[in-house]
Design a protein. Structure first.
Length: 156
């Protein structure tokens, strides 16, 4: 808390100084009426011209909103698998399309409205290795450290 107060105080002091002639004054005669107000009221002409809104409203930004999930892990990622995620990429895709799926803990889950997009962000390192261990993949189990890990997981 002391650090936050110190930083805030320093920021306030620095913001109140003008490089040219010491601390800025609120009644500085060089400041115009327009610049001394944080949110000046628009003039009648600005309202008539339609220029009194923020400049961003006059630009041609895309206006369509898309709803989705930008970071989803399935049972192919080691971290999600070890936290108990049982759904794979196929289930994630079905869920995103609005279909009903049986969630990790057995409840039925279904979106009221399908997503516009889904990003399955499974980790490349060890992709699917945990499920392969649980399924008894002989090649992985022959590797000493992985075999130890598999025994620890199965014993839990």
């Amino acid at each position: 808390m002391k650090h936050l107060l110190l930083i805030s105080t320093c920021a306030f002091i620095l913001a109140s100084y003008d490089n040219s002639d010491g601390p800025a004054k609120l009644d500085d005669t060089n400041a115009t009426a327009e610049s001394s107000r944080a949110n000046p009221e628009p003039t009648a002409q600005e309202i008539a011209d339609g220029t009194h809104y923020s400049p961003a409203t006059a630009s041609s930004h895309p206006t369509r909103v898309y709803w989705g999930d930008t970071h989803l892990h399935t049972n192919l990622s080691q971290d999600a698998f070890t936290f108990g995620v049982t759904l794979g990429p196929e289930d994630a895709y079905k869920f995103a399309k609005g279909e009903a799926v049986t969630a990790t803990h057995g409840e039925i889950a279904q979106l009221e409205r399908p997503l516009d997009f889904l990003v399955v962000a499974d980790h490349a390192e060890g992709l699917g290795a945990m499920q392969a261990l649980m399924d008894g993949n002989e090649t992985l189990i022959k590797i000493g450290e992985i075999a130890k890990m598999a025994r620890r997981i199965v014993s839990q």
